[in-house]
Design a protein. Structure first.
Length: 464
């Protein structure tokens, strides 16, 4: 019975309460005070469980005294291995996604130094900023034909003017001991030359996709790096991006049943006919090698198979100055040994769309913005008896440029084979040449059977 009921309890034989109003108020006051004291005692008990005193005051030299608390460093496990994350005390329950491990950047003097060759959109907008999120890599040199721009960028990123080179003195990189690797971010027609010269200068090579403009160029790049005993990796950032890796993992283990069909689109709108991407001698082609390559390479990556046949169509709008030399659109199908079919398309003159869907026996995975730098959105659907379950899958994002660069640095530091070596780029070039042949001849083109899964990739990487 509550205190109020006790106080107002009425004798069955009497019509008045057993306490007076005065006694009632006094008793309530005592009860409230007791509750406050009990509450304070509970608070003190909770505070007593904290390792240090929780309240204090601070008296500044001038001004009013303010409440504070003593400094306290919560417990942490600090591993001896600097590549392992510091472990902080837990505070979230398993009802929420746990925080990512604490960052583990190597000290600057232990990171791999990169020379970036070419200061266009990708280098300035994505690559150089990505080094701020890398753990094992740092920019230490630049190569450009525009010295004024190069010196400005060097000052922004703390790169010494003496480590700024023109294309004419590119070979002097061999004398720069800070540079261990070269990242080639040039028009496609320049990839082979600067890869070969870079390997001859004794540097490991990370080269942007597409690898080159022909199978012969790709093979020459591989041979030069092998001869110089230097590593060669092609910058297929998608293969290091968490959402794409998750899709691959689900497909490879048949989580939605066996994959049967895949459709992929990568499209964007161009505007400058004088840009090198619209000059065939520099780009090698139009939409296909630039952005359609993502459809091709990601399909191979997700399935782990190589196509045995392609059938393609291409088109360019007549009299459009953007497409005097290169294709506006390429659409193609690929047939795989397991019976899987893939339908891919790429376009240079529509609003951007970067997505793909893998359709399986009992469900599908749809990755919107799958080929974009950020903003991936993954939805899955699966049959569960009479129920159709659809999920929006959220994965902690990572900067895919930083992740791929750090993988190459890890390969250099620990003498590992890159996950996307030159052979991976060479295979894409073979398939693209077959796609162009099919589009020209209006017929399917067969490709050699490759029975081994992931035949052209290196060992599965450990990405942090």
């Amino acid at each position: 019975m509550s205190l109020l009921n006790e106080l107002l309890n009425t004798d069955p034989d009497q019509s008045k309460p057993t306490v007076s109003r005065k006694n009632f108020l006094q008793t309530v006051a005592v009860g409230v005070a007791g509750s406050v004291v009990a509450s304070c005692q509970n608070t003190q008990t909770a505070s007593a469980q904290y390792p240090v005193k929780t309240t204090s005051t601070y008296q500044p030299p001038t001004g009013q005294q303010v409440p504070s608390s003593p400094p306290y460093s919560p417990p942490a496990t600090v591993p001896k291995d600097v590549s392992k994350p510091i472990e902080l005390e837990a505070w979230k329950s398993d009802a929420d996604r746990k925080s990512a491990p604490t960052p583990t950047p190597l000290p600057p003097d232990q990171r791999v130094g990169y020379a970036l060759v070419g200061l266009g959109h990708l280098t300035l907008e994505e690559l150089l900023p990505a080094f701020a999120q890398s753990k094992k890599s740092k920019p230490v040199a630049l190569v450009s034909g525009n010295r004024e721009k190069m010196l400005r960028v060097a000052a922004q990123y703390g790169i010494k003017p003496s480590s700024c080179y023109s294309y004419e003195d590119y070979d002097r990189l061999k004398d720069n001991r800070e540079v261990q690797a070269i990242y080639i971010v040039l028009p496609n027609s320049m990839h082979a030359e600067y890869t070969i010269r870079g390997a001859q200068a004794g540097k490991h090579i990370l080269c942007e996709k597409p690898m080159a403009n022909s199978v012969a160029e790709c093979q020459a790049m591989i041979d030069a790096c092998d001869k110089a005993n230097r590593k060669l990796m092609i910058a297929y950032r998608i293969q290091y991006e968490p959402y794409n890796r998750y899709v691959r993992e689900q497909v490879q283990k048949n989580a939605f049943g066996k994959p049967k069909f895949l459709e992929a689109v990568n499209a964007q709108s161009s505007a400058n006919p004088n840009h090198w991407r619209h000059i065939k001698a520099l780009a090698g082609g139009g939409a296909l090698p630039d952005i359609g390559l993502y459809c091709l390479n990601t399909t191979r990556f997700v399935l782990g198979e190589e196509p045995v046949e392609v059938f393609a169509y291409q088109y360019s709008t007549p009299d459009n100055p953007l497409f005097r030399e290169v294709e506006e659109v390429m659409s193609w199908q690929m047939r795989f040994p397991s019976g899987i079919m893939a339908s891919c398309a790429t376009h240079y003159n529509v609003h951007d769309s970067r997505r793909y869907r893998v359709m399986c026996e009992r469900g599908w995975l749809n990755l919107n913005n799958g080929f974009a730098y950020e903003g991936q959105e993954l939805m899955t659907s699966r049959a569960d008896g009479p129920i159709v379950r659809q999920e929006n899958v959220s994965i902690s994002p990572k900067n895919q440029f930083a992740t791929e660069i750090d993988h190459f640095s890890d390969c250099i530091q620990n003498n590992l084979d890159p996950y996307t070596p030159g052979q991976e780029g060479l295979q894409d070039q073979r398939i693209m040449e077959a796609i162009y042949q099919s589009a020209r001849e209006g017929r399917p083109v067969k490709l050699p059977l490759v029975g081994k899964k992931d035949a052209f990739r290196g060992p599965e990487p450990t990405l942090t």
